[in-house]
Ligand binder design. Structure first.
Ligand code: GLC
Length: 458
């Protein structure tokens, strides 16, 4: 007779993926320790990278280009900041990078981007000197706002010849080679910083930025005096710090599937938290669980369906489709399985897969919430003030109930003070944020655009 996953396996999985309140508190304590170590320049899992920028005044003005690079979608924006509190004008276009462009040669990658910027300008008849703010969604070591070396690729990117190099220089060189004159990169920032800036432009209580998408990371506003490791020149009282929190690895409830996932990843031993929380990995974790259970004859009659057979086929979007099904018998999940070629799908399998999805995403949401809570409580342990956290990313915006589960976790941790942690959705803010940083960098004069007198008709 065919075996199905029994109660014992379900309990075992719940144990493997469960995160107790005590564990969350331990994580938060460990996170504070890692933050302090990183700020002091001591070895640890949080790099605490100075971003050389503070939140904007909201009065920044001028005309800027922004480049948002970090997912396979590259976005270019033309941004006009009026500087008087009225709404900015944004024009945006995007293109898809190929696997080859992100995984072979840096020259290929930056060349493609420069050509796209050239086309963006050409199609709109824009010319003249245009300052560009560059959002680069990876760990960069900056000594000023206008330069930064890539420390390491994450999220499966592997283009050669970029690690250790100044990405501003690489982009400027590509713009020169591709014949895109007049565009000058004036500032560089992480996507978390861009997202924080975009929301802080509107709301002065915003003091942290978070991405929960393909990758995950948090930045926050820190007193400059707290950054005790050597930094480049910077004279303001506060500075944004990019924590690279996806690399956090202290006191995480890792299980054997996490170890398996890490072992087959492009960045072995790194990004432990990211590998438990972000969109690049949630589907893969589920696939590893399913492959294991199936190998033990406990799912799919012991025959592993194609979609679970190899790394990369079963993505987080598939997992979220399974979890979106709230019918008691998981009928919709079963229909999805049939869409994916599993015929006839068994009701037990679809219910079990949905349970697995809930466990994996539930753990992710709790860990993501704890990381944010830790960020904010380092400087405000009793949550005496409200904190607005600008959040972007596909997991946060699209994964069923992800945000709700994060908020439930805040409630569990801080009870009646939980609403001092406010998750504010900031969709696609990181490009706009780069334009604000560019404006803050070059002062209020802004960039002069020639080639048209009136606002162009986009
Ligand atoms: C990865 C990158 C980090 C980025 C995050 C979200 O963790 O290392 O810099 O902010 O993904 O895109």
């Amino acid at each position: 007779m065919r075996k199905t996953a029994g109660e014992a396996e379900r309990i075992q999985l719940r144990r493997l993926f469960g995160v107790s309140g005590a564990r969350l508190r331990a994580m938060i304590g460990a996170f504070h320790g890692e933050m302090r170590r990183g700020l002091a320049g001591e070895p640890g899992s949080l790099q605490m990278l100075p971003a050389y920028v503070d939140i904007p005044t909201g009065l920044e003005r001028g005309t800027f280009l922004a480049l948002d690079l970090g997912g396979t979608n590259v976005r270019v924006l033309w941004v006009e900041l009026p500087g008087d509190g009225s709404s900015p004008t944004l024009v945006e276009d995007q293109f898809q990078l190929s696997r080859e462009q992100i995984a072979s040669e840096g020259k290929l990658l930056f060349g493609a981007i420069a050509r796209f910027i050239g086309r963006f300008l050409g199609e709109r008849n824009l010319s003249g000197r245009l300052p560009l703010g560059f959002t680069f969604s990876f760990a960069i070591r900056q000594r000023s706002i206008a330069r930064g070396e890539l420390i390491a690729w994450t999220k499966g990117w592997t283009a050669e010849g970029v690690v250790g190099r100044d990405v501003v220089e690489l982009l400027n060189a590509a713009l020169g080679e591709e014949g895109v004159p007049g565009v000058r990169v004036v500032s560089l920032n992480n996507d978390t910083t861009g997202t924080l800036m975009a929301l802080a432009f509107l709301d002065a209580d915003c003091d942290a930025g978070c991405i929960l998408g393909t990758g995950t990371n948090i930045c926050y506003r820190e007193r400059t005096a707290e950054i005790r490791k050597p930094t480049g020149p910077y004279d303001r009282e506060f500075m944004v710090v990019n924590m690279e929190s996806g690399n956090f690895n202290a006191s995480l409830p890792r299980n054997r599937y996490d170890v398996l996932l890490d072992g087959a990843s492009e960045n072995l031993g790194s990004q432990a938290e990211e590998k438990m929380v972000s969109g690049k990995y949630l589907g893969e974790l589920a696939r590893l669980v399913v492959a294991d259970l199936c190998g033990r004859g406990l799912m799919f009659g012991g025959r592993l369906p194609e979609i679970f057979a190899a790394r990369g086929k079963f993505g987080s979007e598939h997992l979220s489709e399974i979890e979106a099904d709230e019918t008691p018998a998981a009928d919709e999940a079963r229909a999805r399985l049939e869409d994916w070629g599993i015929r006839p799908a068994d009701g037990d399998d679809s219910r079990f897969l949905r349970d697995i999805a809930r466990l994996i995403s539930g753990r992710a949401a709790r860990i993501a919430a704890a990381a944010l809570a830790a960020t904010v409580t380092k400087n405000d342990p009793a949550l005496d003030r409200p904190h607005v956290i600008a959040v972007d990313g596909s997991v946060f915006h699209k994964y069923p109930r992800f945000r709700a589960r994060m908020e439930e976790t805040f409630g569990e941790l801080y009870r009646d003070r939980a609403d001092r942690l406010w998750l504010a959705s900031m969709q696609d803010g990181s490009g706009f944020g780069a334009a604000i940083i560019a404006a803050a960098t070059i002062g209020s004069s802004g960039g002069a655009v020639s080639g048209f007198r009136e606002k162009p008709d986009f």
